[in-house]
Design a protein around this ligand. Structure first.
Ligand code: ATP
Ligand code: MG
Length: 584
């Protein structure tokens, strides 16, 4: 048996962690003091892009590399100074087109330079912006553009021709489509404007609009794991959370080379793929390519990545690829690894420790929270399987919803995870759905919809989404616990567990598993995995049925879609599949 704790790395081994003493730093913390670390604009103005870009371009970080874009075998860099000038150009392009604070810019592109210029340039112009994942099909694009009343779309020629041209008529709010040619000299599709030409013609001087802290800045759609994606609205004030969490949860230091593997189409890829690293003046790696185990190890090694922020699905794929590949690419610079998006099985935290030589720091947050809320930080020991502790400035609790309101629950009791509202990056609404937004709050608490428990040391443990919890013979079973045990079996690469209606027990536990390379499905293997689960979990909680799948259905952001496993098992309608990986 492995120990239940991975001790924190002795402070000062590589760098002194930003968060040194969890309890003391939490007690000292105030959002107002954190806000005072950031630059302001006239009349109490605050602007995300001013804090992230302009303030560095005016200071000693001017010549430091802000982004290194990798594409195929080539790379291309932008310093903070260049980024400032180029985002000024983009802001001028918008201003000259008459695009202002009442408009909304959408960006539909791969992880190319223009995406980053468009997001930051829009913010400078005071125009709210929404990056969309480029793999979306035409319908999900049209739905999102309409939900956000998009007036400008920045995209590439090929994405426009393949996906947008056919739905353009269905988006009456869209006034301008600015395209980046895939190849120089490509003909411009009718009804579009040439972004390269507009940028070239625009001035590189721009005075950032003095947005107010409560002005709308970013629209992000949720992952659609539990149902149709919701549009979360975020304001410029969110920058304070990005700043603090980049410091305390990701431990960003000025000399870091940081790689956030998430696409800006998901909130992680914007809060931590764009904003937080810029606030800290570090160099970010942006890779245009999709996941490939060898390529990723090569990037970690050749780019001298020091801090790496990734997702459980990627970790599971690297685990699947085997330890030899990890050993082939030395990573002496890497010092901190963090993960978000789904529960990180203890097995994966240990894999980090044993194969990467560094444990993986799981952290928890949502599109709605705008930034990391609960995290394993360098300031305390890791309990593998736990999401860590609430960061400074974040008050979390576990509750039961009752007729008389919320009942606060004590330690070691499962209930709903809630957060005391009022942190700067909290969403300010769901697009076109004020009722749903209102239902997310009870008094001072924001209700997350996730079930968890807190132990006596103040660590939070994810149990499952309220929608995914299985009720079997009087027990409430969180899929995560069962999946983590299945993953301990050497043959299992991934597991998704759902409840299947059953007359006797209410719901029986059914597991879907995919196997690691070198294993093939058989009845014998099924019995062996069932036996392992029964020994570890007991008969009441262990799966009754196991089905083998080549891969599990996942969102494009990499989350297992249990609702789809369940719908398919029961022959029910699949519901919204706009975010399904490999879907339209
Ligand atoms: P939708 O709300 O559309 O169903 P989603 O909840 O997956 O999709 P996101 O906002 O991208 O959309 O994801 C947030 C959710 O992801 C959390 O509420 C939680 O269920 C899960 N999650 C994120 N990080 C973790 C983590 N470290 N451990 C467990 N679950 C996590
Ligand atoms: Mg959600």
């Amino acid at each position: 048996m492995r120990p239940s704790i991975i001790q924190k790395t002795p402070a000062g081994l590589r760098v002194q962690p930003n968060l040194a003493d969890y309890h003391a730093d939490r007690a000292r913390f105030s959002w107002a003091a954190a806000r005072a670390d950031l630059p302001t604009l006239p009349d109490g103005g605050l602007n995300l892009a001013d804090c992230a870009v302009t303030s560095h371009a005016r200071g000693p970080n001017r010549d430091r590399v802000a982004f290194r874009f990798l594409a195929g075998q080539t790379s291309d860099e932008l310093t903070y100074g260049d980024l400032d000038l180029q985002t000024n150009r983009f802001a001028n392009v918008l201003a000259e087109l008459g695009v202002g604070r009442e408009d909304v810019v959408f960006v539909l592109a791969g992880r190319i330079r223009e995406l980053y210029l468009a997001v930051l340039g829009s913010l400078k112009n005071g125009t709210p912006v929404s990056p969309l994942f480029s793999a979306f099909g035409p319908d999900p694009i049209a739905t999102r553009l309409n939900r956000g009343s998009g007036t400008v779309l920045v995209t590439t020629t090929s994405l426009y021709l393949k996906k947008v041209a056919k739905i353009r008529d269905r988006v009456p709010s869209l006034r301008h489509v600015l395209v980046v040619p895939d190849e120089p000299g490509e003909p411009l599709p009718p009804g579009t404007e040439d972004l390269a030409r507009l940028l070239e013609a625009a001035s590189d001087l721009f005075t950032t609009v003095a947005t107010q802290p409560e002005d709308l800045a970013l629209l992000h759609f949720t992952s659609g794991t539990t149902g149709a994606p919701k549009g979360a609205m975020h304001v410029h004030e969110a920058v304070v959370t990005h700043w603090v969490t980049g410091r305390d949860a990701l431990d960003l230091h000025p000399d870091d080379v940081f790689w956030c593997t998430a696409d800006p189409g998901w909130v992680t890829g914007t809060s931590y793929g764009i904003i937080a690293p810029l606030l800290h003046g570090v160099t970010s790696i942006v890779d245009e390519a999709e996941f490939d185990a060898e390529r990723w190890y090569r990037i970690l090694s050749e780019q001298h990545v020091t801090v790496w922020y990734t997702a459980p699905t990627a970790v599971r794929m690297l685990m699947k690829a085997g330890p030899a590949l990890a050993a082939a690419w030395p990573r002496p610079a890497l010092r901190f690894v963090a993960s978000v998006g789904e529960p990180l099985n203890p097995e994966a935290v240990w894999w980090g420790q044993e194969v990467l030589g560094l444990p993986i720091h799981d952290n928890w947050w949502q599109t709605e929270t705008g930034g990391i809320m609960i995290a394993n930080t360098p300031a305390f020991d890791i309990k593998p399987g736990s999401m860590g502790r609430p960061l400074p400035g974040v008050d979390a609790a576990i509750v039961a919803r009752g007729d008389a309101g919320l009942e606060l629950l004590g330690d070691d009791t499962e209930g709903e995870l809630v957060l005391r509202s009022g942190w700067p990056a909290m969403f300010r609404g769901y697009l076109n759905d004020p009722d749903r937004y209102a239902r997310c709050f009870s008094g001072e608490w924001y209700l997350t919809g996730d079930l968890a428990l807190r132990d006596a040391d103040g660590y939070y443990w994810f149990v499952g989404r309220a929608d995914d919890v299985i009720k079997s013979a009087g027990h409430l079973i969180g899929p995560f616990e069962v999946e983590s045990v299945l993953m301990e079996h050497p043959a299992v690469a991934e597991a998704g567990v759902v409840g299947k209606p059953d007359e006797m027990v209410g719901e029986l536990v059914k597991a879907f598993v995919s196997l690691k390379q070198g294993y093939t499905p058989s009845d014998e293997l099924r019995q062996e995995i069932l036996g392992h689960a029964r020994r570890r979990l007991g008969a009441a909680v262990a799966p009754k049925e196991i089905a083998f799948l080549n891969t599990l259905p996942r969102t494009r952001s990499g989350k297992i879609m249990r609702r789809l496993l369940r719908a398919r098992e029961l022959g029910l309608p699949e519901g919204d599949t706009s975010t399904l990986e490999g879907g339209a």
